[in-house]
Write a protein that binds this ligand. Sequence first.
Ligand SMILES: [Zn+2]
Ligand SMILES: [Zn+2]
Length: 366
Amino acid sequence: MLPVPHCPRCERFVFLDALRCPACDAELGYNIVLGRFFEVDPAGARVDGVAWFSCSNRSWGCNWLVREDAPSGRCFSCRLTRRRPDADDTIALEKLASTEEAKRRMLLQLRDLGLPVRPWDQYEGGLGFDLISSLSSGERVVIGHAGGIITIDLAESLDDRREALRIRLGEPYRTMLGHLRHEIGHYFQSVLLTTEAMWESCRALFGDERASYQDALERHYATGAPPGWQATYISEYATMHPWEDFAETFAHYLHITGTLQTAGMIGIEFEAGERNLRAADVVLLQDYNGVSIGRILDDWAELAQAFNRINRSMGLRDLYPFEIVDRVRLKLGFIHDLVERARIPLAEQVAIGLPPRPAADGGAPR
Ligand SMILES: [Zn+2]
Ligand SMILES: [Zn+2]
């Protein structure tokens, strides 16, 4: 469980992307191993005898810290970025900064769930990110995953463009964090399903992934989701192919557990009573690791309904515009079991990847 992000000087809450404390102006850096903020110190913030420095991409908004003995000046997150826009493409680099922020949030959640992240530059088929822009590079960029590498089109971080696509594709929800959580689902399907028996149980729920992807793609864009898809799938896109069903469901697992945990840390509780039509209190947990999927989804139903109501009272779209039917509960349960079984201790996660050495600040992100 991660502590609530707060300023080490004045103890006030700060958002995960903070570079400075808005209350006391302390310069802040985030230590992913301990999951908390430190004051940035040019001599390095010392943690257990090791100095941690700012990531060399700090001037591009990265607030993570880097161990002194790391192989480069980049933090764990920045190191996973294999390709990025050219140094002179400042417009694309701005989009990169907001995408990197969503990526750090996701990586932090994976660390909290105890999922193994093996970097592409150290492991064959390891995780890496190509964060490039179809607008400036002129190349065709297709969001997707292949062999551990996740490709993201930075043009999707432009609100008008992403919103136009969302409407054209009839999607109720489209965000950069959502893209990242979907693509990481593809990555973890190949990493976490290690035996034929696991693949068989996966197929029983999601369908046979050996079906032609190309045929599925053409069919989906020609005719759309089949009528009645809501009884089986979390989204229309999930109907396209078993790979996509798994990735969509995995993304929802991350949406649900991540958001519930935030709500639990805020201390949200729902009281029983006649006035609110609730028979028993619902107290959200600060840590959902090791909790049954039934409890997770029951708590989520309360929270999602509450925040959909709150959003509507502000004239906004629903926070969670999806319905979780029984069949989807089973699929989420399958993913929950996979995650629970794959959990590795933090010490081992640190051994897998975390280092990076300090380097001079400034210049384009690397
Ligand atoms: Zn402060
Ligand atoms: Zn960084």
